[in-house]
Write a protein that binds this ligand. Structure first.
Ligand code: SF4
Length: 352
């Protein structure tokens, strides 16, 4: 990492958690959602980090549970005219960029991401302008405007290959916004990148010391780590990868127990894929430290049954808009990544 890196403020305001519903209310809202999805010709696509109940509902109603790019791709090929994106705002924007002709609604437009919040377009663009000779590579967890400013958009599953290729061509790279993923890429590829100093508030909290202690209690457990986690946590991992790669690893590795350093929402798909295995959340607060997110993204948690009903009944104020000219610009680096993946026969999956 070079010295010309940029610090950002991590003191984000966390949103209120939705008011818990009782069993009867939950059943009523679910029935209502099923009926409204049909009436409105809509499909529900949910991210791996949303509440398991939302993920189950997406599957039950013919939608999908996936990472941000796969959610957008699924929405594009699905015949529904309206997509309900249960996730965070940049995911809704990615869906809209890929499918501008469809209506993209979000249960809560305020559901965002510390990586997106911590990388405002004006500051990021000024950082890029200072280094015009650098190729700008941004992670999928960014706003449409930041994507439009980039030369390449990458997901966590293809970032290593793309940076390796750029490095082999001798191109200086400017990376944003996740500093931990950036440091991991630098270590794995040998590239030296100018780095934006963003972080995911969920993965940033995983603690290496406490993880080593937990591993002593479960010596047989496989340790699965998302690369948005700090380097000393990644060091302990048996498998490092994007959400989809971690789910796959949990299926393919022979271990019966797994300690998982990513949002706990992912346990739904891991347990579904391997019902006889046990999944344990990696510690977020060792040695008296307190966790803020506690392995559960506060913005993902805003996607509740009640707000899905509200989006379907009264979409005003819940629709994702991306100006066509901006969407067109953002499609350029996205298309570059998709073409690179197709040419190299790589899967493009993964984000927070
Ligand atoms: S888990 Fe982290 S990266 Fe994913 S949406 Fe939440 S804050 Fe963003």
């Amino acid at each position: 990492m070079t010295q010309d890196n940029l610090a950002v403020d991590f003191d984000f305001q966390f949103p209120q958690k939705p008011v818990p519903l009782n069993n009867e209310e939950r059943a009523q809202y679910k029935e209502k959602i099923k009926q409204l999805l049909k009436e409105k010709n809509a499909v529900l696509v949910a991210h791996y980090y949303t509440d398991p109940e939302i993920q189950a509902l997406a599957e039950e109603t013919g939608g999908c549970v996936a990472d941000s790019l796969e959610m957008a791709r699924f929405g594009k090929q699905h015949p529904a005219e309206t997509l309900i994106v249960a996730g965070v705002k940049f995911m809704g924007e990615t869906a809209k960029i890929l499918t501008p002709e469809k209506t993209v609604l979000m249960p809560e437009l305020e559901a965002t991401c510390s990586l997106d919040l911590g990388c405002p377009i004006e500051e990021f663009s000024a950082f890029c302008d200072k280094h015009p000779d650098h190729t700008v590579v941004v992670y999928a967890n960014t706003s449409a405007a930041v994507k439009a400013r980039a030369d390449w958009v990458v997901t966590s599953s293809i970032a290593l290959e793309i940076v390796e290729m750029l490095e082999s061509e001798g191109k200086p790279i400017l990376w944003g916004p996740d500093r931990h993923l950036g440091a991991y890429i630098e270590k794995e590829t040998g590239a030296e990148m100018l780095m934006w100093q963003g972080a995911c508030i969920v993965h940033d909290e995983f603690k290496a010391k406490a993880l080593r202690e937990l591993k002593k209690q479960y010596p047989e457990a496989g340790v699965l780590v998302h690369p948005e986690s700090p380097a000393n946590v990644i060091e302990i991992a048996d498998a490092v990868g994007s959400t989809s790669q971690l789910i796959k690893a949990s299926q393919e590795m022979p271990n019966q127990h797994f300690i998982v350093a990513t949002d706990k929402g992912i346990f739904y798909k891991m347990e579904q894929a391997s019902p006889n295995k046990t999944f344990i959340a990696a510690p977020t607060g060792g040695n008296g430290a307190t966790c803020k997110s506690c392995a559960s993204c506060p913005w993902m948690a805003m996607n509740g049954l009640k707000s899905i009903v509200a989006a379907l009944e009264s979409p005003v104020g819940r629709e994702i808009e991306v100006a066509p000219a901006l969407a067109e610009k953002a499609m350029i680096p996205l298309t570059r990544m998709l073409n690179f993946a197709a040419e190299n026969k790589l899967a493009v999956k993964g984000n927070a």
